[in-house]
Design a protein around this ligand. Sequence first.
Ligand code: CP3
Length: 354
Amino acid sequence: MTAAAKAARSPEKTILRALAGEAQPTPPIWMMRQAGRYLPEYRATRAQAGDFLSLCYNPELAAEVTLQPIRRYGFDAAILFADILLVPQALGADLWFVTGEGPRLSTITDQAGVDALKPADAIHDTLAPVYETVKILARELPSETTLIGFAGAPWTVATYMIAGRGTPDQAPAHALREGAPEVFDALMDRITVATIDYLSMQIDAGAEVVKLFDSWAGSLRGEAFQRYALQPARTIIAALKARHPGVPVIAFPREAGDGYIGFARATGADCVAIDNSVTPEWAAEHVQVDGCVQGNLASSHMVTGGQALVEATERVVRAFRNGPHIFNLGHGITPDADPENVALMIETVRNFRA
Ligand code: CP3
């Protein structure tokens, strides 16, 4: 079934209509990291689970935190609660989170490290609870809410697997791709194949849309962007479209700048998510011409609020109103955000009149 045919069957699903190319008077809305530490109910459930990874692998509790922002705000989409780093863990990397600092992983620096990874078809042992979470959500979500699955894009996942942690400039990954390209390419291939299988299983379990997060795409330029951001996205999307025709894919090559231009056409993505390093007017002119875009309010407004939030929200809606658009932030909401500001953003989007 094509996305358009599916949308026609479920006209209440505004996200699917946007992804099928329809401009709507009120754009559908959800928010990156909408289940997270800015919500007291999230913090309570995480405490119940023990820690972040235990929460990711507990289907009942992971479904519960996915549903919390839907209950509180009535977002048009729910994003599966999980993490992009579960794939490296399923491939055999050690993974843990240091409170207040972020993720830590065992590092991959040579071919022996790549060879020691598990084959792609072995990832499902570890990831089975995630598919179970998707199944629960497919059952429990309100009929008008779209369920989004996701994975990290190969470059972003590789940056963590190589450095063993988040890095401001992804220097260890750049050093490996320049110093030992055959090792780097072998790692990228492993991640690519696993990501296709992982997203495919999420779709089989009930995800209606999938999103590919390339959070560090912005540190790739020119030829390197084509090779390590665009090409893997194209490979993954082509494989998913072959297995699941009609399931829309959102690509997020964050901070791609000019790289956003033509990205949907080149990769087959149904929608490109835009960060806030570009203006919505620029993105409407250069990216939305090719189809649906998602974004791009600065997440700092969720901390600061007030009239500036209202004006910036209206500016985003106005800039994208003549084409298909899913309202979102330019990056994830931060733990210091005020839940009241989220409510104000949603109210502003839904009350906007041109
Ligand atoms: O958007 C959602 O609500 C769905 C769940 C989701 C999480 N992580 C939960 C999470 C999604 C889609 C992600 C994606 C993710 N994870 C990305 C790509 C998007 C982006 O933000 O750039 C990346 C790079 C990661 C890796 C990761 N996970 C880092 C660097 C961190 C630590 C930083 C932080 O915010 O604490 C995490 C932890 C994480 N993932 C949390 C959540 C809710 C916070 C964990 C906690 O509760 O302590």
